[in-house]
Ligand binder design. Structure first.
Ligand SMILES: [Zn+2]
Length: 730
């Protein structure tokens, strides 16, 4: 299975004897959007509305605000929402003492757009972020952070995974945006770099405590545990061996303990408004979908929403439908701050205080498959208990009588379908770019002049029933199988499966990206470069795919072609960090070291929390024989991110060259500890130990080398290692 918002992963390959050739990942999402016209109507300011029950609700402009988002959290996976298997004591305590909304919905089913909705209070067609990677939150739309910052709050975000990387633009308004989730993680194809919830919470707690006597704070804490793959830590792994997803939910809840304990224990001097929600749910096999990001059924759209502030709210359960976009206006209202009228959400304060709220429709969409695969886009609207899904084969459900959405009422109720279609059209009046153009006009012109824009595009003018994701779910499963085979270590099987998927539907950029990655892993760099070129032709706007194309061209020795392909992207106003890194590696490989170092400097400035530009700069120094500079850059990279295996690998090489074998071995052992599949370092350790006459120590490293080194790339060394192991029995 592939987590649908997990297709933006990192995979790196090191070069034996010298560390790293760049960091390139399976990043399957398209790129940059020019939002200006789209969002001009959204800027905060103008008229303000006030809550209808202003006199009855207490407000407090000096309280702290804690927003907790737990990734991939189904409403029915929480104890307070009726799940009897899971262990979520902290969320349950918040719900018991706060307001629990039983019918809360996300408007998107993947991470970045959902958080954009939550933070901005507007629907995706207004802020413009329709998918994970490839979109950036615009610089002229306000968020909880920008508004509270302007009100004198201290603000910080602590996020746990790559879809919320600083590069995607949610950083504005935060004094600190902590996205240290292991950006240099190697050998983790098809997996999103993430950090443990306990680490994220510890960082947040340290920040909160450091400013205890300062102005009120706003902290956003994002935990990633429940996201696929489900690998809960102990004791949850054993306790939930039948349902590792619930094990991850339990682990996420436990991680919140240190953060919530002081608030629930009322030990804090200042009151804190706590909001807990999930960014989207998880299908867990319902309707044929394993994870999320394809459909918009309740498994992925229905999320928990708990608001806790005992000084403002009595404990209550609210069954009225509410939405993610309501969170921002609710926070502002609770602080007594004016609520901008241009928001799609409304304050839930009156509802939470027991007053009746007027009905509000919920807009939702799922566009990932449309953007990455060329399938039909999914939009929809829910009003009351009726939910309409607008696809080539439309669907209508009554959630009150049919919560599992198994009886499609669309064929028998055409009148109701038409009515909800009209409502959806009204809601989407401002959705002028349902086919987002992700590259700037200038970039597009440059691509055209180089012959890269072929006119082909994943977005069609008309979609038929054959493009309906319901009809294509078997391809979704086939894509999941490709990833599962790769993760099981069956590279030839994964390649064969990926080739079949591409044959079935040749115009799917995502599958071409997968196939190219697999060819590259198998050592077939030239074929990888060709296939990734086809993916890029289908979607020239995708900076992440462009970065991969550059990387594969470089690995196949076509340095000048890599430089030519990447130049238009590098010249855009805000090039993607991975594009810059791939460009720098191509320049360095072509011998243009000075230019390469300049590019790595730019990458560093663009993403100061990312150690990879430094590692690549260090490699350039090392190749030029400038050991001291190389060592300094590797060391600086480790200061940014101590988990960067490749920095240890490089420092080991430098020490070994200077015959400081003890230090070399220390660094290399640390490198393989951090990245057990780093076969080049495994080889180096074994080789050095043998030369030092420590054969028995060398044996386990070379055994592991044989288990991990790909035969196609490592045939000669594998042979040597196998012969040595045979002639040196333990
Ligand atoms: Zn998510």
């Amino acid at each position: 299975m592939i987590p649908k918002d997990a297709k933006d992963t990192k995979a790196t390959k090191d070069t034996k004897g010298r560390p790293c050739a760049g960091s390139f990942g399976i990043v399957s999402f398209p790129s940059f959007v020019s939002f200006v016209s789209l969002v001009s109507s959204v800027s905060f300011a103008i008229a303000c509305t006030t809550s209808s029950n202003a006199t009855r609700v207490r407000r407090d402009g000096s309280q702290n605000v804690l927003l907790i988002t737990i990734d991939t959290l189904r409403a029915d996976a929480v104890g307070a929402y009726g799940n009897r298997s899971v262990a979520t004591p902290w969320m349950d305590r918040l719900a018991a003492g706060g307001v629990r909304f039983t019918a809360a919905h996300a408007s998107t089913v993947v991470t970045l757009p959902s958080h954009a909705n939550i933070l901005s209070g507007v629907y995706p067609f207004r802020h413009g972020v329709r998918e994970n990677a490839g979109f950036r939150f615009p610089s002229n739309v306000d968020t909880i952070a920008t508004v509270l910052k302007a009100r004198g709050y201290r603000t910080a975000a602590f996020v746990s995974a790559f879809p919320l990387d600083a590069r995607f633009g949610l950083t504005r308004g935060f004094d600190r945006y902590d996205d240290r989730f292991g950006k240099g993680e190697t050998h983790a194809a098809f997996r999103v770099p993430e950090r443990r919830g306990t680490d994220t919470v510890a960082a947040a707690l340290a920040w909160i405590r450091a400013g205890a006597d300062q102005p009120p704070w706003f902290a956003w804490v994002h935990l990633y545990e429940p996201h696929f793959p489900y690998l809960p830590p102990e004791p949850y792994a054993s306790r939930f061996s039948d349902s590792p997803y619930l094990g991850e939910v339990s682990a996420a809840d436990a991680a919140l303990g240190p953060l919530l304990q002081p608030i629930l224990g009322a030990r804090d001097t200042r009151e804190t408004l706590v909001i807990v929600t999930g960014d989207h749910g998880e299908s867990l096999g319902e309707h044929g979908e394993m994870t999320h990001g394809l459909f918009a059924y309740e498994g992925t759209l229905h999320i928990p929403l708990i608001v806790y502030q005992p000084h403002l709210f009595e404990p209550r359960t609210i069954e009225e439908p509410v939405r993610h976009v309501d969170i921002l206006p609710t926070i502002l209202d609770a602080l007594g701050a004016p609520i901008p009228s241009a928001l799609d959400g409304r304050s839930l304060l009156a509802l939470a205080s027991g007053s009746a709220g007027g009905p509000a429709a919920t807009y939702f969409e799922s566009l990932s498959a449309s953007i990455n695969r060329g399938w039909a886009p999914l939009h929809g609207v829910a009003r009351g208990s009726m939910k309409y899904i607008d696809l080539p084969i439309p669907e209508l459900y009554n959630l009150a009588s049919d919560p599992s959405e198994s009886h499609d009422l669309a064929p028998s109720r055409p009148g109701e379908v038409r009515e909800l279609q009209r409502l959806l059209a009204v809601l989407r009046t401002d959705d002028r770019r349902s086919r987002p153009e992700r590259e700037s006009a200038a970039t597009r012109e440059q691509l055209r002049s180089l012959g890269y824009v072929t006119g082909a595009s994943t977005a069609k003018d008309h979609y038929t029933e054959a493009d309906d994701p319901k009809r294509l779910i078997h391809i979704d499963r086939a894509i999941d199988e490709v990833v599962a085979q790769y993760q099981r270590g069956d590279l030839p099987g994964a390649i064969a499966s990926a080739e079949r998927v591409v044959q079935q539907r040749p115009d799917m950029p995502l599958s071409l990206v997968h196939l190219a990655f697999l060819y590259n892993e198998a050592g077939n760099h030239r074929r990888a470069a060709n296939v990734i070129g086809r993916a890029l032709a289908l979607n020239p706007a995708a900076e992440d795919v462009a970065a991969l194309a550059g990387a594969y061209l470089t690995e196949s020795g076509q340095f000048d072609e890599a430089i030519a392909r990447l130049s238009p992207y590098v010249r855009s106003a805000e090039p993607d960090v991975d594009v810059l890194i791939a460009y720098g590696v191509a320049l360095a490989s072509a011998g243009r070291r000075r230019e390469a170092l300049d590019v790595f400097n730019r990458a560093r400035a663009a993403d100061p929390g990312n150690g990879l530009p430094l590692i690549n700069a260090a490699t350039v120094y090392l190749m030029a024989g400038e050991r001291d500079r190389a060592a300094a850059a590797f060391t600086e990279a480790l200061a940014i991110d101590p988990t960067l295996a490749r920095a240890h690998n490089g420092l080991g090489v430098i020490e070994a060259e200077q015959r400081n074998y003890r230090q070399a071995l220390e660094h290399w052992r640390r490198a393989v500890e951090l990245d057990p599949r780093d076969f080049e370092t495994l080889f180096n350790i074994g080789d050095l130990l043998i030369r030092l006459g420590r054969s028995s120590e060398a044996r386990p490293y070379w055994q592991k080398y044989l288990e991990t080194a790909p035969p196609a790339l490592e045939a000669r060394d594998r042979d040597r290692v196998r012969r040595w192991l045979a002639s040196n029995p333990p």
